[in-house]
Write a protein that binds this ligand. Sequence first.
Ligand SMILES: [Ca+2]
Ligand SMILES: [Ca+2]
Length: 74
Amino acid sequence: MASSDQFIEEQFKALDVDGDGLVTIDEFQFALTAIGETVTDEELRAIFGDADGDANGRITLAEFTEAWHRSESA
Ligand SMILES: [Ca+2]
Ligand SMILES: [Ca+2]
């Protein structure tokens, strides 16, 4: 069953530490470190870049939601 948009939004807000509605690569790295994930810079950029649809270095809720649905349907 696909995740609801509300659930995805909650995950997004958990990543968006400063609450500006955008997730930067620093926030993303911080979140991964917080849950005990150790990723290399290369892996981090690959995961982040996959979600950052317009490649401007910031993930919006819309981009995050789209990436989430994409990974679920893969
Ligand atoms: Ca932010
Ligand atoms: Ca973006």
